[in-house]
Write a protein that binds this ligand. Sequence first.
Ligand code: ADP
Length: 652
Amino acid sequence: MTDTLGSELADQGIFRALLDAAPDPTVVVDAHGRIVFANLQVERILGYAPRELVGEAIEVLVPERYRGSHVGHRSRFIGDPRVRPMGSGLQLYCLKRDGSEIPIEISLSPVTTGGRKLVSASIRDISERKTREDEMRRIQGHLLSAVESIQGAFAIFDRDDRLVLCNSTYRAMWSAGIPGEITGRSYEELLRARIASGLFDTSVHTQGELEKLFVAYHDDPQGDLNLRMTDGRSMRCFARRTAEGGLVKTILDVTDDVEREEQLRRARAEAEAASSAKSEFLSSMSHELRTPLNAILGFAQLLHRDKKSPLSDRHRERIEHVLKGGEHLLRLIDDILDLSRIEAGRVTVSVEPVDVAEVLNEVQTTLAALATRADVSVRIAQLPDDLTPVIADRTRFKQILMNYGSNAIKYGRVRGRVTFRAEMVESMLRITVDDDGIGIPSDKQDRIFSPFHRAGQESGSIEGTGIGLAISKRLAEIMGGHVGFTSEQGKGSSFWIELMAHRVRASARPAQQQPRVATSALGDSGKSFSIIYVEDNPSNVAFMTDLIGDYDNVELVTAPTAEIGIELIRMRKPDVVIMDINLPGMSGFDAVKRLQEWPETQAIPVIALSAAAMVRDATRIKDAGFYRYLTKPVKVDELSGVLDELLAARAK
Ligand code: ADP
């Protein structure tokens, strides 16, 4: 009977050819569930030759565990046959000849032929799709847990501004006032509901302004958006566009950071106010003290040398004590005044190439009397052959060496030795003052360069103020140098200063009459900007010093030649360089070319100042490495405009 039906069907050539051409395995089953036909694909996918299946119950293709229920399903279908996919929402499996299973989808179609009711079942192998779907689910799972683990609120909007995905923090934060699910909703809808629910602090912006602010940021997310919530929390929102035109948004609770910043800012402002009040106080006190001291010292001297009515020896001795004490007080006042000026950034130092041997000799001579009194010998060690001048303010350089030298004598030992020596340390010249005196205990060494720290000497018999080293350090730094020391208690100390060595190349020898370099440290040096001006003309230097004097917290260093300028620029890495073009030796153009070669100076903006309006073409100016090219005579507004622009950018 089945065979007859099979051949009957087989005779229907078109039908067979059609089924064989179908991409999926297809079997035709009679009302009793017997397979009467199987197409060629059953071999490829299920491993059965079509002939093998004919005559078998369809359950041969059903995994054992489903077979019992399958018989019922198939009978019901035969009772009410219509085209339909089978088991929608269910995962179906087909048993292959080798006993393995594949996930499948089945489409059932009733076929009536020769008055018989048959069912054609097309079986689609969905293994690959299933694997892909499983993989997708796995990736999605990872993505969701990653999104969930993001600290703060996280959301993704699609290109139509609908919320696609968010984590629970975002949900908790933003779903206020929105009933039901929030994914799928538009950004504007979510935003309105949020604003209306009073989440945001409206003391600065009204609800309407807030909405505009949010929408503008959402449309063009640049930087971040800082939000203040009604409950006092501070939020920071970051949004970035995705390649598909969507938007990824992260919102962090930065309340603690904002509070910490605010505390820091307050503390800094208080410290600055206290520090400037202290400097002001010291400075005015010193002035006030000087006036009466002048009278004390003046009259004491008059009494001391009064020829008409000479003092008795006893009185003379007493007046000498007054004079000695008064002079000490005067030195102290001078030092305090000097320090407070330096600390307030109101000091002007002029640097130039200084001959070290010459200064050392002067220092040795000046110290001679003090050394003799203390019975200490002061000598200068053999200076190295490659000794170059240093870039320094001559007076200040000498002041530092005098301070080191007098300390070495003061804290030296009887018949001790003080030695000045100089050596090159890379591009710096180091001058060291060695002594074999009392040394400094190691636990007192760390604050030795801080004002008024006397490392235990405050209770000793050696006179001092604890200011000298603090002044030396700050002055060395203003000149682009630094200081340091080593010391061992009972053995002696070595204090040193390093300043930039001035290497002059034959071709670049500065003009004969060399103007000095003015350095004015204005404002608080700790956070001041620095400008280096390379200019050989003293009037121009004076003009610039005046102009920059109007700025708060701007330290100006001017150098007379490109060679010195370059050395200073490399050492100090200023915020801005202003460069004259016609200079003795190397030209401003060449100097800028050199600056472009070093990574540490490449990015420093250089403003050219030139009498010749040679370069008008903006590209050539940029190519030459200048930020701006201004012609002399300088238009004050133009120059200060460029400076404002650059300093504002640096302040960020
Ligand atoms: P002053 O000598 O007026 O006290 P300074 O600022 O010059 O102030 O020095 C600070 C302190 O450093 C001194 O009080 C002293 O304790 C220590 N000091 C400085 N130089 C030497 C030295 N060469 N040997 C030993 N101690 C020194």
